[in-house]
Each structure stands twice: as structure tokens, then as C-alpha cells.
Design a binder for this molecule. Structure first.
Ligand code: NAD
Length: 315
């Protein structure tokens, strides 16, 4: 049995689709704070699928929900760098305390493996690009600090209790059914006003983006293939794209030509890492390869956004 925390969210629901469609027994554990039940509705009637509404901050409940579970995919988190600056304790309680509760539940229920979605932000503002996994982790946001704390506890639980730990440090992931991130933000703004697009920062922030299906392949592959008791992998594309380029690419697919207006400053928000490119050589050695180009990914994502939010109104 597989348990996915955060399994009604963007990445978690895609992971649930992946395992359910391959015949695994899957339980999704989620408090529905940002995840949506619609993301897993097609599975609710299946015999090999179970949904538990619960909060990882409730240690008794996560413990009782882990009975009979062999593998945990721990994705539940407050993924907002911005929120972690304005509400550091809230972010800590979910991302650090919550992860500790998940690990304790795993230990008490003899779980064999925990797979964890960490983040490229753990490296902070490095000049080493592409950044390899052995680069020091120097977080510049509370969110990134919480991911580092989680990683070291997963390592410790792996070595102390033999619970296999697999950490994936993800770049910016995009695609359906995401309702957060830069592309979603641009889409909503352009839908409200196709003549003007507000861009946070100076638009020169330059990062690696990866389409959701490539991310799911990477998580599943690393979980299946890594042999050590604990290991960690970057997951990203080999190209950097500026925020301006993201905006232009979306405008071209949507057929709009808005005036770009900048909020200014080099960061989009407090804790924003302005340059990010991960070396994904380590996971490529396991056999992973990116399949979806940025342009194709943007096209697919916009097709989905158009479908769910009504036709985009061009000028
Ligand atoms: N999307 C990205 O680009 C990206 C990049 C790096 C890392 N990650 C990590 O991947 C994971 C999934 O991110 P996502 O983009 O799918 O975000 P998301 O917000 O769509 O998913 C998070 C899920 O966790 C659930 N959740 C939040 N707090 C909870 C709690 N206390 N108890 C139970 N459930 C709770 C939410 O309801 C949601 O379904 C997160 O750990 C995030 O930090 C995401």
C-alpha cells in the first residue's frame, strides 16, 4: 500500500494518477487546504483507492492512517516561499513538525520507504550553475530552510531505523492541475486584462522549469531504482528561462500582446532565488530523461487552463 500525503494537490494528484493507473493500492492523505477533491474524483469509486481527509500536524491521526502502509510519498506542505516569510511559524508547523509526525508514523508502522519532494531552493543563491547535489545547502527563505530540515531528518531516520529515504529536489514544476506559480499568475492576470501584464521583479529572474509528467517520471523512477538507504536527486531541465521569456511564450500561445509592467527589484518576492539551474546528471544516470519541451509544456498547460476556466478572451 502506498500513502501519498498532499495527494489532492498539483504534484500529489498526478502521482496518485500514476500509481492508481498501474494497479497499486493508494491512499491519499490531505487536509484539502490547497488541494482539491476534484483532482482525485475519478479514483474515489475504485477499490484500490482511498481518500483520508486529515492534517499532518495531527500526529495521532497520521499515525493511525499509516497502518499497513509500505511506502510513503510525502508531498503535503505549505509550498509558498512568500507565506514562509510572512508566517514563519505556520510554515514551520506544517513543513517541519508535520514532516516529523510523518516520519514518526512511518517508524511506528514499519514503513519501508519514504519519498520526499524537496526543492531547488535548498541551494540558495549559488553561483555554481548548473548546481550539483553535493553543493552546500544555504537557504535564503524559511521555506527552503524547512526543506533542509526535512531532508536531514529523513537521512537520520533512514540510517537509524532503516526506513529507505529518497529525496527529490525539484525545479519549478508546471502543468495541470496547478493553480499556483508564475504561469498560473500570468494566465489569471491576462484573462482579467489582456492589454497589460504585471510582472513581479524585473522579469530577468532566470530559472529551470519542468513539465509535470517529467517530474512524475523522475519521482517514480528514483523511488524504484535508487539502491542506497538514503539518497537525493535534483530534478530539473537543462535550460534556464527568464520570467520575461515565460511571459512572452504564454502571450504567443494565447495570441495576446500586452504591455509588460514591472514591480521592480531583482527578486519577485522575499526569498525568491533569482537564478536557478539544477544539474540533473545524477538522476539521468538512473535512466531519467526530460521528454516535454518548455514550449510544448506551456501549450499543454494553457490548453488545460482554457478548458477549465472558459475560453480565453483575446483582443
Ligand atoms: N510545484 C513546484 O514547482 C514544486 C517545486 C519544488 C518542490 N515542491 C514540493 O512538492 C510538494 C507538492 O507541491 P505542489 O506544487 O503540488 O503544491 P500543492 O499546494 O498543490 O500541494 C500541497 C498539498 O498538501 C496539502 N496540505 C497542505 N498542508 C497540509 C497539512 N497540514 N496536512 C495535510 N495536507 C496538507 C494541500 O491541501 C495540497 O493538496 C510540496 O512539498 C512542495 O514543497 C513543489
Amino acid at each position: 500500500m502506498i500513502l501519498i500525503t498532499g495527494g489532492t494537490g498539483f504534484i500529489g494528484s498526478n502521482l496518485a494518477n500514476y500509481f492508481v493507473s498501474r494497479g497499486h493500492d493508494v491512499t491519499v492523505f490531505d487536509n484539502l487546504s490547497s488541494g482539491r477533491i476534484e483532482n482525485i474524483t475519478p479514483h474515489l469509486s475504485l477499490r484500490n483507492f482511498n481518500f483520508v481527509k486529515g492534517d499532518i500536524r495531527d500526529k495521532e491521526f497520521i499515525n493511525s492512517s499509516m497502518k499497513g502502509v509500505e511506502e510513503v510519498y510525502h508531498l503535503a506542505a505549505d509550498p509558498s516561499v512568500k507565506d514562509s516569510a510572512t508566517n514563519p511559524e505556520g510554515s514551520f508547523r506544517i513543513n517541519v513538525d508535520g514532516t516529523f509526525n510523518v516520519l514518526e508514523a512511518a517508524r511506528k508502522n514499519d514503513v519501508k520507504k519514504i519519498v520526499f519532494t524537496s526543492s531547488s531552493t535548498v541551494y540558495g543563491e549559488t553561483k555554481v550553475l548548473p548546481t550539483p547535489e553535493d553543493h552546500p545547502e544555504i537557504p535564503i527563505s524559511n521555506y527552503a530552510a524547512s526543506k533542509v530540515a526535512d531532508e536531514v531528518y529523513i537521512s537520520s531516520y533512514a540510517y537509524t531505523y532503516g526506513i529507505k529515504g529518497v529525496v527529490l529536489r525539484l525545479a519549478n514544476i508546471f502543468g495541470p492541475p496547478s493553480t499556483h506559480g508564475v504561469m498560473y499568475d500570468f494566465y489569471k492576470k491576462l484573462q482579467a486584462n489582456p492589454k497589460k501584464l504585471e510582472i513581479l521583479g524585473d522579469g530577468k529572474q532566470s530559472k529551470s522549469y519542468l513539465y509535470i509528467s517529467d517530474c512524475i517520471d523522475a519521482i517514480a523512477l528514483a523511488s524504484r531504482k535508487q539502491k542506497k538507504v538514503y539518497d537525493y536527486f535534483n530534478v530539473g531541465s537543462t535550460e534556464m528561462t527568464t520570467v520575461n521569456e515565460v511571459a512572452k511564450s504564454m502571450c504567443s500561445v494565447l495570441g495576446v500582446r500586452p504591455k509588460f509592467v514591472y514591480t521592480g527589484g531583482k527578486r519577485g518576492w522575499t526569498g525568491d532565488v533569482v537564478k536557478m539551474l539544477l544539474s540533473s546528471k545524477k538522476i539521468e544516470k538512473l535512466g531519467w530523461k526530460k521528454k516535454v519541451s518548455m514550449r510544448e509544456g506551456v501549450k499543454r498547460y494553457i490548453e488545460w487552463l482554457n478548458k477549465v476556466s472558459g475560453k480565453f478572451h483575446t483582443l
